[in-house]
Design a binder for this molecule. Structure first.
Ligand code: ADE
Length: 249
C-alpha cells in the first residue's frame, strides 16, 4: 500500500514511519509512503497556508490553493482521500478493514480551525472521526487511522495475533503476563503455569467476559456469543450477584 500524507508539520508524522512495526513494514516493502509539506505549494515570501474564516469566528482556516496544488501533485482526484475530522464517520475495526484493502490512500491533516470546505467537496472521499472528542491536530488523528488499518495488511503482523485480539471478536482481550513469576508480591495466575491448554483457554475466556462486562457492557448487548460463552457469562454474573438475565444481554 502507498500512503501519502499532506501536512504542515512533517516532523509530527515521519517518526511513525521510521519506528517499530511500521518501520519493519516499510523495510519489507509492504508500505511505501510520502510525507508532503503542503506549505511548499504556498506562494509569497511568507508561504502563507492559512487565513481568517469568512463570516468571522476564532482561529485560522487552511486555504484551498496550497492544499489543492499539493493534492494535484499526487494525482489525488480519483484516489481514496481521507480527511480526519471530529465530524466524520466513526472509525471502527470494520472501517479499518475496508481501508486496508486499498492500494493507495491519501491523508490530509487539518490544523487550526479546519480546511476550506471547497477542498473537502472536491477531493475528500472519507471524512473520518476517531472518537467523540476534539484533538488539536489532524496529524495525530491520521496516525491513529493509519495505525488501525496498516496492521491488517497481510505480512505486517502475524495472523495469529490478529485472530486473538479485541474487536475481531466482540469480546475484549484477556490479561497477559510475562517473566518474572513474582513481581511486587504478586504472582502470575497459577493456571497459566499449569501447561493445561483447556484450563488456560477457559480461564482466558472468563477474563474476556469479565473485562467486557466491566469496561464495555454495550458490546455484550450485540455480541454473538456461543452457548458456552453465554453459560460462562451467566456463571460470572451470578458470582458477582448481578441479576441480569440472558435476554438483557
Ligand atoms: N481532528 C481533531 N479531532 C479529531 C477527531 N476526534 N477525529 C478525527 N480527526 C480529528
Amino acid at each position: 500500500m502507498h500512503i501519502t500524507i499532506l501536512t504542515l508539520f512533517p516532523e509530527m508524522v515521519v517518526p511513525f514511519f521510521t519506528s517499530s512495526i511500521m518501520k519493519r513494514a516499510v523495510e519489507k516493502g509492504i508500505i511505501t509512503y510520502d510525507v508532503i509539506d503542503f506549505r511548499d505549494f504556498a506562494e509569497g515570501v511568507h508561504r502563507k497556508a492559512d487565513d481568517i474564516p469568512y463570516g468571522g469566528g476564532a482561529g485560522m482556516v487552511i486555504m484551498p490553493e496550497p492544499l489543492s496544488r499539493a493534492l494535484d501533485s499526487v494525482g489525488a482526484q480519483g484516489k481514496r482521500v481521507v480527511f480526519p475530522t471530529p465530524s466524520g464517520r466513526l472509525l471502527t475495526e470494520r472501517y479499518a478493514e475496508e481501508l486496508a484493502r486499498e492500494e493507495e490512500l491519501v491523508f490530509i491533516c487539518g490544523h487550526y480551525e479546519g480546511i476550506d470546505q471547497r477542498v473537502i467537496d472536491r477531493y475528500v472521499t472519507d471524512e473520518i472521526s476517531i472518537g467523540d472528542y476534539v484533538l488539536s491536530s489532524g496529524e495525530t488523528a491520521s496516525i491513529v487511522v493509519i495505525d488501525a488499518l496498516y496492521r491488517l495488511i497481510e505480512g505486517v503482523i502475524s495472523s495469529e495475533s490478529l485472530d486473538e485480539e479485541s474487536f475481531t471478536s466482540p469480546l475484549l482481550e484477556y490479561p497477559q503476563y510475562t517473566r518474572p513469576e513474582r513481581y511486587c508480591n504478586k504472582s502470575v495466575p497459577e493456571v497459566l503455569l499449569s501447561g493445561h491448554h483447556r484450563h488456560i483457554a477457559q480461564w482466558r475466556l472468563d477474563r474476556r467476559l469479565e473485562k467486557t462486562m466491566h469496561s464495555r457492557p454495550d458490546l455484550l448487548s450485540d455480541a454473538s456469543l456461543s452457548i458456552d460463552e453465554r453459560k460462562r457469562l451467566l456463571f460470572i454474573l451470578d458470582k458477582e450477584d448481578r441479576r441480569w438475565t440472558l435476554s438483557e444481554l
